[in-house]
Design a protein around this ligand. Structure first.
Ligand code: NAD
Length: 373
C-alpha cells in the first residue's frame, strides 16, 4: 500500500495533506509513504522532516501510488503514474469542480471528497470542514482587527478612554463560533445571529448577545445534518430589517453563512453598508462562494462608504502550519479508522464510504453530486 502526498499546485495554497506525524502513523499501519519534493514548504515542513519520519521524498512520489492525498483536488496530470483505481483523497470541491471529477471517473480513479464527510459523531475527527473553518473563523477576526484603525478592548488610560469595538457575527457554525470566541478574547462586545435556533444558546454560552428574527420561524434546532437551507422570502425580508437596525451600530462584522451546494446567501446590501460608520470593517468568509456581502472581492480590500470589506478566497491557508496539521490528522483519522490489517489497506463502510465516494468503476457514483445536476 503506497500512499503519495502531493505538493499542492493551486495558486495561493500553502497547506499540505500530511505531516511528519501522520507519515509516521501511516508507516506504523504498514503503508509506504512517498511525499512530493517541497510539499511541506508552505507549511514550514522541510523535506528532511518527512524523510526523518520515514517517507520517501521524491518528485515521482505519485508513481505506483494506491492512495493519493491532497488538500485540494489535483489536476489529472498530477496523478500520472498512480495505480489503476487509486484513491484520490482530498477536498475535491465536488460542486465547483465537476469537470475534474468527471475526469477522475474517466481515468478510473476512486475520488473521495472529504467535504462530503457525514456530520455524525464518529466522523467528527475526520471532518476537514470543521477543522479548517475553525481556524478560518479565528483568522477572520485577527485580519479584521488588523485592518481596523481602532482597538478591540476598552482601555482606560491617563489620556482618556478607548471604547470597546462592537463585533457582529453572522452565521454561527464552526467558523462563527470561533469568530465569537476570538473577538471576545480580544475584548470586543460581541453579538451574533443565525437561522438555526440551536445556535441561540451557543452564542450565549460564549458570552455574546443573540440577535434573532422573531417574527418569522427560522430553522428548528440544528437543521438537517447541521446545515442551513435557503430561507423563505418572508424570512429574508425580516432578516434584512433586523440587520439594518443592528448593523449601523457595529464596528466589525464577520459573515460566515453558507448553504452547501448553493451560492452563499446575501446578508448585507450596499445600502446597509452605507449606514455603518466609516472605518468599520467587514470580513466576508463566504467570499469564494459568492459572498454574503454586496461588493466583496476575494483577496482584496474593497472600500465602500468608508467601510473596508475584506475576504480571503482561502482563509485557512493563511495559517498553513496549523491548518495542515489538523487537515493531515483528519485524513489519517479517516483512513486509519477503516484500516483492515489483513488486507493491508482501508476498507470503507457504507455509511461513510457512500457519502464521500464521488467516482468508482469509471463512473460518478455520488448521489449527492448526481442529485445536484
Ligand atoms: P456552514 O459552514 O454550512 O454555515 C455557517 C453557518 O451559517 C451555519 O450555522 C448556518 O446555519 C448559517 N447560515 C446559513 N444561512 C444563513 C442565513 N441566511 N443567515 C444567517 N445564518 C445563516 O456551517 P458549519 O460551520 O459547517 O456548521 C453547521 C452545524 O453543523 C454546526 O452546528 C456544527 O456544530 C455542526 N457540525 C457537526 C459536525 C459533526 O457532528 N460531525 C461536523 C461539523 C459541523
Amino acid at each position: 500500500m503506497r500512499i503519495a502526498v502531493l505538493k499542492e499546485r493551486a495558486a495561493g495554497e500553502s497547506r499540505v495533506a500530511a505531516t511528519p506525524e501522520t507519515v509516521k502513523k501511516f508507516i506504523a499501519l504498514g503503508a509506504t509513504v512517498a511525499v512530493e519534493t517541497g510539499a511541506g514548504e508552505g507549511a514550514s515542513i522541510a523535506d528532511a522532516d518527512y524523510a526523518a519520519a520515514g517517507a520517501e521524498v521524491s518528485p515521482e512520489a505519485v508513481r505506483g501510488a494506491d492512495i493519493v492525498l491532497g488538500v485540494q483536488g489535483p489536476e489529472i496530470a498530477a496523478l500520472a503514474g498512480a495505480n489503476q483505481g487509486a484513491w484520490i483523497v482530498a477536498g475535491l470541491d465536488p460542486f465547483g469542480q465537476r469537470a475534474r471529477i468527471d475526469g477522475y471517473a474517466d481515468a478510473g480513479y476512486e475520488a473521495l471528497a472529504m467535504e462530503f464527510m457525514p456530520r455524525i459523531t464518529r466522523a467528527q475527527s475526520m471532518d476537514i470542514l470543521s477543522s479548517q473553518s475553525n481556524l478560518a473563523g479565528y483568522k477572520a477576526v485577527i485580519e479584521a482587527a488588523s485592518q481596523y484603525g481602532r482597538a478591540f478592548p476598552m482601555m482606560m488610560t491617563a489620556a482618556g478612554t478607548v471604547a470597546a469595538a462592537k463585533c457582529f457575527v453572522m452565521g454561527v457554525g464552526v467558523a462563527g463560533l470561533q469568530a465569537i470566541a476570538t473577538a471576545r478574547r480580544l475584548g470586543a462586545q460581541v453579538s451574533a445571529t443565525d437561522v438555526r435556533s440551536a445556535t441561540r444558546e451557543q452564542i450565549q454560552s460564549l458570552g455574546a448577545k443573540p440577535i434573532f428574527v422573531e417574527s418569522v420561524a427560522g430553522i428548528e434546532g440544528e437543521g438537517a445534518g447541521g446545515y442551513a437551507t435557503e430561507m423563505s422570502e418572508e424570512y429574508q425580508k425580516a432578516q434584512a430589517e433586523l440587520v439594518s437596525s443592528h448593523i449601523a451600530k457595529q464596528d466589525i462584522v464577520i459573515t460566515t453563512a453558507l448553504i452547501p451546494g448553493r451560492a452563499a446567501p446575501r446578508l448585507i446590501s450596499d445600502a446597509q453598508i452605507a449606514t455603518m460608520k466609516p472605518g468599520s470593517v467587514i470580513f466576508d468568509l463566504a467570499v469564494s462562494q459568492g459572498g454574503n456581502v454586496e461588493g466583496s472581492q476575494a483577496d482584496q480590500v474593497v472600500v465602500r462608504h468608508g467601510v473596508k470589506i475584506i475576504g480571503f478566497s482561502n482563509t485557512a491557508t493563511h495559517l498553513a502550519a496549523d491548518a495542515s496539521a489538523l487537515f493531515a490528522r483528519n485524513l489519517y483519522n479517516f483512513l486509519s479508522a477503516f484500516w483492515d490489517k489483513e488486507a493491508g489497506k482501508p476498507v470503507l463502510d457504507e455509511e461513510i464510504g457512500d457519502a464521500v465516494r464521488l467516482t468508482q468503476g469509471g463512473k460518478v457514483v455520488s448521489e449527492r453530486l448526481l442529485g445536484a445536476n
